[in-house]
Design a protein around this ligand. Sequence first.
Ligand code: ADP
Ligand code: ZN
Ligand code: ZN
Length: 817
Amino acid sequence: MSHFIDVIIPVPLQRLFTYSITAAEADFLKIGMRVSVPFGKSKIYTGIVFKIHNEAPGVYEAKDIHQILDDTPIINETQLQLWQWIASYYLCTLGDVMRAALPSAFILESETIVSKNSQKDIDESVLKDDEFLVYDALQFQSSLKVHDISNILGVKNALPIIKRLIEKEVISVEEEVYEKYKPKLVRYVRLHNSYASEVELHQLLDDLSRAPKQHKVIMTLFSLSATSKKPVKVTDLTKASEASSSIIKALIDKGVLEEYYIQIDRVTYEGDENEATKRLNVHQENALKEIKENFLKHSVVLLHGVTSSGKTEVYVKLIEAAISRGEQVLYLLPEIALTTQLIIRLQNYFGEQVSVYHSKYTVHERVEVWNNVLNNSHKAQVVLGARSSIFLPFNNLGLIIIDEEHEQSFKQFDPAPRYHARDTAVVLAHMYQSKTLLGSATPSLESYFNAQQNKYGLVELNTRYNNVIMPDMELVDIKDKLKRKRMKGHFSDRLIEEMTETLSEGYQVILFQNRRGYSPIVECNTCGHSPQCPNCDVSLTYHQYRNQLRCHYCGYIMAMQDNCLACGSPELDSKGFGTEQIELEVKSLFPDYNVARMDLDTTRGKYGYEKIITALEQQEIDILVGTQMLTKGLDFRNVKLVGVMNADNMLNFPDFRAHERSFQLILQVAGRAGRTDVRGKVLIQTYNPHHNILQQVSTNDYMSMYMEQMDERYNFKYPPVYKQIKITLKHKDYQKTEQASIWYGKSLRHVFGDYVLGPESPPVARIRNQYHKNLLVKIPKKQSLAKTKEAIIKINNSFFSIKDFRSVRVVLNVDNF
Ligand code: ADP
Ligand code: ZN
Ligand code: ZN
């Protein structure tokens, strides 16, 4: 009898590939093991065994595999089941899923580039001869392709050797390797507390009168501590008192000054005693009880808890209970919210049981976490991870927590699989018959809708921990301020007043400017109106090259206007303004304070983001200007004022979710203000203080926002009422893209009628020399999703059978964001 396996190969081809194996191999192989297989003329790939059987493929002769790479499966059957669900739900291939799911070190292929692992000293004596050859070659060349290594070794298949070298941490698969973050220690000084009383202090100053330089240092220290409540850094004191470091050292040696360090080691867990988890207050206790009760009836529960209500501590209790039952826990967060603040908090409770799975970690670290999860190791009972951690090989998953569940970054945009990690996690939890807790201060309409439909349980937590009052929200009408000449650049007199006061009290300020402020939306300088699409509830986008205003959802077009359609003013502005400009303005308005900026540009470096957060925590920054990066679950003690520079450009963003997003963003950023005993203040500058969303934000009225937005989603057939699939066609030739999209649109309309929108050009109609056209299929709840997808795939197949269209790229995006 002949033996065969079907293998998943990480290529975007729809089918599996069948290879021939020997009877002995058939005996040894299990589903989920890796094999290296020949592919095409000369390529070698790593494949995953999907099926073991005895049926020869009908149309081609099965090749032999090269080698078996594992002794035991690296993925389990449940994972394969999840992969299949993703491939079918998100309309992509198993190969696409495989590439996203496995750490890159697991999918070696002939084109993979490997390099020496410079992080580790290698004991050459542990290397076998062939391993040493590779190691040695990498001393002379910084990197090698897998097939180069095959040539060096004179073997057809080098993958097993490379795999062993990776396991011995001799080599790394090429990718950006991030160093662990070790902040430098910052040295501070204060007066020794033996001089705390007036009398002793006078005595000291008398004594020092004969040492004028030392005297000056002490006086400078007083004035530095008086002007701000911040700790005084040695470097600042040296500078301000013009003293040399030896004078300061002399004072420290004498015991007059005391030096100390503020140091936060952000990543590594030092293995200290674990802290006991916190005692919940009565509100948290109730929430916890309700969550547990809801879990009896629902597999998914949504925890809607205002910012700073102590949701994390509630999660901690659930995690504690799950791991004491021996279950694994996945704690899923948007990449950017996966801060070291949170990692440390959890490590304090659960010590080395916490593992972090993050794209910024090295291959070795990721492989380690993977193996720990696979072996159900003590070290990975709780995995804190970003999107891709849903692919880890859990075997005893008891609980999934998805914090900041409203975050759009849970959806992978490019490349395929274009999956939503929250929605996929719910499916995953279902496969393990475990529970999912979604948490947010500003739930997505999707999740809240599911709760309203009784699909999910709902638990509310409405008081902030310690009864800290919600920040005081004030809307500032910039149209009025402009008229009365009360604006300096983008700053209203109110904002300047509040900033001045906050800073003089020694507190910090956060200024929020939406990244999307750059979008070319036309806005009237006089009344703030921006032209809207008559068919959809979105603003029109300015297209400069044709001088047109367009709707990106229905393709509605109108000529760019010379005068405002609402008030007739000729002062139309099509530029947004960004963080950089705000930063410049702040610097000139507040020259005596330290200003920093947090956006994609300033956080690009290795630890750019961590550095800014640390500086803010250590109060080296007085004013931080930033984009939505600021909104993510950070807990700053000393921030009292948050200014939203312009709420309108968020509200006017041409997307049906713009209003929901604005509500979420503003409330999240407002949540950064006043998290301790002082009440925070939030100033929102806008042309439209009467805009419903802003009224709802300023009264923290989620329910009104939800009802109103849902009305619109019903009326305009948007999610969560309708599902939608977006189809994007791309080609370098404009004509071809247009023809192809017209053909595709016609075929879709033939089946789905009016539920098809487009084709239309996106605002950026050409990206990397490819023209884009979008089509949107709206799917009513009662229509079968599976049948809809079947129909789309059929159209897609006919499309590619047309010779002219074969070179067009088609992207299918299910539940697009
Ligand atoms: P959220 O996640 O809802 O924004 P957090 O969990 O970050 O809120 O809690 C806000 C602050 O309150 C944190 O500094 C946290 O340590 C503190 N806190 C919350 N619950 C407790 C508790 N039960 N005991 C002590 N401190 C708590
Ligand atoms: Zn106007
Ligand atoms: Zn429209």
